[in-house]
Design a protein around this ligand. Sequence first.
Ligand code: F6R
Length: 673
Amino acid sequence: MFDLCIYLTLQADEEESPSSKPIVIKAKGKVADLVALCDEEMEGLQINEDVTVDCHAGIAHTRWATHGPPCAKNSHPHVSSSNHEFVLVHNGTITNYRALKEFLIKEGEEFMTETDTEVIPKLCNFLYSKLPEPIPFPQLVCEVVKQLEGAYALLIKSSVYPGELVACRRGSPLILGVKYGIHAEQAPKSPVSPNTPLTPKLTGSSASAPHSTGDPNKVETQGLELFLASEASAVVEHTKQVIYLEDNDIVHMRDGEYTVYNWSDIDSASVEVRRTAQTLTMEVSQIMKGGYDYYMQKEIFEQADTIAQTMQGRIKATPMSPIKFGVPNVDRLLYPRVRLGGLVDYVSTIRRSRRIIFIACGTSYHAALCSRQTVEELTQMPVVLELAGDILDRRCPIFRDDTCIFVSQSGETADTMRAMEYAIERGALCVGITNTVGSAIARKSTCGIHINAGAEIGVASTKAYTSQIVAITMMAIVLASDQISKRKRTDEIVDSLLELPDNIRQCLLLDEKIKKLAENLRDENSLLVFGRGRNYATAVEAALKVKEVSYMHSEGINAGEMKHGPLALVDEHMPIIVVATMDEMHNKMQGVIQQLMARNARLIIVCNEEDIDMEDMIGARYPLIKVPKGDGALQPVLNIIPLQLLSYHLTLLRGFNVDQPRNLAKSVTVTEE
Ligand code: F6R
């Protein structure tokens, strides 16, 4: 995180010194830089870290720079004034911040930062100062958030409400992790209700020894720890019990207990609500590097397994011979070969819909682009692709008889989520394809498919992309399962799906060769990738991977468009990767290669191992990246793997951080205003 701002706020022992001002420490750079700064400042302030306090809450945040450049000043927490009456962190974007700022300036407030967030603590303080008599902290926050437009997840502390913390969300993700301390086995298991007395008043820090209340009905949960975060991977190492907070939820933490309220847009009333905790299926090992140097490397190399996980329990792995069964109605035993539990009740509705619209951003959009042809081929339905941000910009017509399929690894991408709300308002059937159980898209969609690829931590999406293609392909097979005429074709695809994990392992053996290729390309300024048909998606996805992590300009081009402009870029210097595997586009891609060769282009060709013609045509003139052959519908899954490896090696060779590219975040939970 080279240019993200990081801050931490710590509060001194609140019981001993209720009026103590929250300490705010901010730094630009890596988390380790902040830790060093904290140590330094704590020493300066003579704070003894070994003192045990009864109840303590801290907030911290790495900022996504929406307003103002990344620097300590613009980083969170933002404060109401130098007295730190209200101190908060914010994930999201406040769209009406200019109007609020103008109003507050007229009221005499001074702003220190360029952020949208700063209006919130100032508004807290302004409203608090106008109160005829104090109101509870969550009620004050409720009054504040009613003035806000846009998206937010907020954590707020205040010196006027010592020992309390309020968290709330609307549009941006927020989860509450609950961890019981010692004697955790006695604590109430899921569902956890905020109304259940989670703990007697805390009388010791999380590390202190238990004490007996003498009351057998009382749960001893000394050391209850509560974690608020935007996603589960941030808390899984502490607890697996999480509550996914809903829009307009307000969590109030006080004296080691918490209560959840929800306020309604309609009558502005806020009521206490029960939210059920879910047990995360994610393992801590998923967020570790597991022997690899980088998450991106681990996630590329995991793909044989993650693809198998995506298919697990959903495909009939052993095709059964009708003769063996000797029964007339063998169809019932053989078919359907693919079953997607999350879609079963909606298959006929999808089939009856006017059209299928895939909506996604970035790599997830490319997965839909890759699989569109398979869906069209198997369902014979009109299939439209939309970038989530663009659908909102255009206010694109969506109808109640449309099926909208939202593809998102994180399930929290703000543009995709907003597009889903837009489609829900218009009555369309909303299907979610996500990798994150409990994410907003998974929760808000009517039905869907979990791709089960496991936590993806590297900012560049790799294993989610291949699993998304497999998930959409399986969906197309399910949608075609009532058509006998499509059976031969779906059988071919299913057989190829089953071969994918082994074929991916073969692709991964190319690692050393790709590293050498990356050494040849490391100093280039630009790289083009040509593909056609389904491999147009391979081209744009490979180019995205290269540019986002190695910072080399890269462009994915539909080879069918070559003559309409891009050919002008071709010379003996510009490196061009051509994806020319033996699928429906093979002949056309051979033609493309001929034309590029005629212009003395500098080519790198992705082809199949068994492509003798290519060998004859190219000889030793250009490097060939040979991948195993799969069905045309799945060949892009194999083709992208060496290109993911290329972007990985290029990045390392160019000296950049492959897991945390500059200016990018893993989940884009903010939208453009
Ligand atoms: C690129 C990448 C992004 C994401 C995009 C959508 O490697 O990761 O382009 O694909 O931000 O994210 P999700 O899939 O979480 O909606």
